[in-house]
Design a binder for this molecule. Sequence first.
Ligand SMILES: NC(=O)c1ccc[n+]([C@@H]2O[C@H](COP(=O)([O-])OP(=O)(O)OC[C@H]3O[C@@H](n4cnc5c(N)ncnc54)[C@H](OP(=O)(O)O)[C@@H]3O)[C@@H](O)[C@H]2O)c1
Length: 284
Amino acid sequence: MIVVFGATGTIGTPLVTGLLAKGVQVRAVTSDPAKVDALQEQGCEAVVAGFDDPDALAQACAGAQKAFLVTPAHIDMRQWKENVIAAASSAGVKHMVMATGLGASPKARLTFGIWHSDSQETLKASGMDWTLVQPTYFIQNLLWQADSIAADGVYHDDLGGPVSWVDARDIADVAVEALTGEGHEGKAYGLTGAEALDGAAMAALLGKATGRTITVQPVSVEASQAAMVASGMGVEVAKAMVELSTLAPKGYLAGIETTIEEVLGRPAKDVETFISENQDRFSG
Ligand SMILES: NC(=O)c1ccc[n+]([C@@H]2O[C@H](COP(=O)([O-])OP(=O)(O)OC[C@H]3O[C@@H](n4cnc5c(N)ncnc54)[C@H](OP(=O)(O)O)[C@@H]3O)[C@@H](O)[C@H]2O)c1
């Protein structure tokens, strides 16, 4: 049985679907009791546990052989991961696959890179076998501004440089393979798409899919941070998020990894396909 933390999120949702499609017994963990029925209807065992509730985390891990862990970007994310890793290790889980971020390292130039690195070291020291999936920026983040693109025909470029966007479904598929295939222990899989797109290229793809002219508007760090805080994000996390816009203009988010193709034996999903799948969301 595989226990999945973060099961209802951007990575977790396709991950659970992928595991169930392989006939694996899945225990999906949610902090929201209202989501239990839908998870059970999908074919999972579903349990309620908050990342800050050690007793509930211990129960969630009981009897599991493997675990997947992702937490939201949150000021407490390192403590939350530490809590889950401790619970899984104590429960005898043998192998944990954990989602962090590309470039996570003690020397990372991003706050998130350092936070993720701390969690990676915690997992490596746990005694469990481990696999890391380390994605770059999610293509699904485009949906954050779908309404305003549809309403105004403007793509707000808060990154300011080329980025090798990755589809969260590919992250999930790599994690499914790491959890169900052979030989993924001790591996760190950096995950990117196969192309780097800047704001102009993104606007062109949005325009092609919607049949409209989509213009690009740069977003200042201050405006970007204010918008994130207004949407409910904590100030420290918003500050960490906008650090991406200091790296993208230098080309540091444009590197291409071939891991998705190597692990899955198929190309990475591309931005154009995602936009066309969600065309109605971006159309006015
Ligand atoms: N977005 C990006 O471009 C990007 C790029 C690289 C790395 N990352 C990293 O990827 C991670 C985010 O992945 P994601 O988007 O898949 O996550 P997510 O959708 O933001 O969150 C995953 C799930 O966590 C659960 N959750 C929230 N608070 C909880 C709590 N207190 N206790 C237990 N569960 C809780 C929620 O489910 P319930 O409501 O069901 O509890 C949520 O669906 C972050 O660590 C981020 O740094 C993101």
